[in-house]
Design a protein around this ligand. Structure first.
Ligand SMILES: Cc1ncc(COP(=O)(O)O)c(C=O)c1O
Length: 393
């Protein structure tokens, strides 16, 4: 059981807003905020390089902290500025040839899909969208049938941006591993929300952002690269941190996952994200996941009772992202009206997941995403505000 009063007291934003936007950027704790600000202050006071030298221990501590969270080894982690770039670094480092197939899912995130389209155009590789099963999850039997010598990559998002769906990442991993097909998992919305164990999932790469369910600072994220299967992959981008200029015409790429990093980075963010990850480890991902599911299930039940509201979440086991449509409402207008009342939610549009939302005939959906600091009272206030806005319309 989590001590919610304490969590709220340690989260400055809880005093100001009803924040139902963890899937956009969650509220950080005071500990994370202070650690980030302290390092920025230190940089201003003694110089950026000198501050990094002084904070060496904390900066190095980032890797084991993240590794512990996802069941990896410290040398399998790279700090990257966000989930998209982390994912890009893995994806664009793979070598695609004409006829190679990229297997993905219907609910795939827009940025990833744009990259598939770009690589397909440039290389002649093909994109195969594996259909959903009756729950709206990737159809595992169809995925298995799609495996043949042309399958070059299985690449899906664990939790999509536009709903409570949790893809069966472990079952996908079993299929990928059995077939020897590399597996790239976009875990941007899942790490920090639910227990993620890269060993159990069997992914080769996994990309994560700091600001969402991990409650870290913006401009932070990481890439996991499984040592046993990716050590031979040279990053698409190299600098003098990722590689050493060892001869006039020679360079040597470092062996650990930090070969995917830049030399220059947001050091205060590394420290802030480390603290946020430590907090997730301390609270325990099982406890966080249980609380998020309880809050989200309660919110779904309340919303389902409202006239004109349709829940739009897919999946067998739904998580902390709650989406819904309000009949006849302009969702963006409703979001703005709620924000004026101090209630933060967002709208997911087809621009973030075209195949899924368009396929379901949804132009956009309201998205309310909970985190551990949210309360039942806040959910009541939010649902009352939605009901009032709807009846006034
Ligand atoms: C599934 C998914 N992948 C990737 C991203 C991109 O993350 P970032 O903005 O940190 O690059 C998002 C952001 O909403 C997302 O929902």
């Amino acid at each position: 059981m989590l001590d919610v009063s304490r969590l709220r007291a340690e989260t400055p934003g809880c005093a100001h807003v009803v924040h139902l936007n963890a899937a956009g950027a969650a509220l950080p704790s005071r500990r994370t905020l202070d650690a980030t600000l302290d390092h920025l202050r230190l940089e201003a006071e003694i110089g950026g390089y000198e501050a990094a030298a002084k904070a060496h221990g904390e900066l190095e501590g980032f890797y084991p902290s993240v590794a512990r969270l996802i069941g990896a080894e410290a040398d399998e982690i790279a700090f990257v500025e966000n989930a998209t770039r982390a994912w890009d670094l893995a994806f664009y480092s793979l070598d695609f040839k004409p006829g190679d197939r990229i297997l993905t899912c219907v609910s795939e995130y827009s940025s990833n899909y744009i990259s598939y389209l770009q690589v397909a155009r440039k290389t002649g590789a093909e994109i195969v969208v594996v259909p959903d099963d009756s729950y709206g999850q990737i159809d595992l039997a169809a995925l298995e049938r799609s495996i043949d010598p042309r399958a070059k990559l299985i690449s899906i998002s664990h939790v999509p941006t536009q709903g409570g769906l949790v893809q069966p990442a472990e079952a996908v991993g079993r299929i990928a591993n059995a077939a020897g097909v590399p597996y790239l998992l976009d875990a941007c919305q899942s790490v920090g929300q639910l227990p993620v164990d890269v060993g159990a999932i069997g992914c080769d790469f996994l990309s994560v952002t700091g600001r969402k369910y991990l409650r870290g600072p913006r401009g932070t994220g990481f890439l996991y690269a499984r040592r046993a299967t990716t050590a031979h992959i040279e990053p698409i981008l190299l600098d003098n941190h990722a590689a050493k200029w060892t001869g006039d015409n020679e360079y040597t790429v470092r062996a650990d996952a930090r070969r995917f990093e830049n030399w220059e980075r947001y050091f205060a963010g590394v420290i802030g994200l480390k603290v946020a990850v430590d907090q997730a480890n301390e609270l325990g991902m099982a406890a966080i996941w249980a609380r998020l599911r309880a809050l989200a299930d309660g919110l779904r039940a309340r919303l389902a009772a409202l006239k004109g509201v349709t829940l739009t979440d897919l999946g067998q086991a739904k998580g902390g992202i709650v989406t819904f449509a309000v009949a006849g409402a302009d969702h963006a207008g409703l979001r703005d009206a709620l924000r004026r009342q101090g209630i933060n939610v967002t709208v997911s549009t087809q621009y973030s997941s075209r195949l899924d939302l368009k396929g379901r005939g949804l132009k956009d959906v309201m998205r309310a995403s909970v985190h551990v600091y949210n309360t039942e009272e806040e959910l009541d206030r939010f649902v009352d505000a939605v009901a009032a806005a709807h009846s006034a319309a």
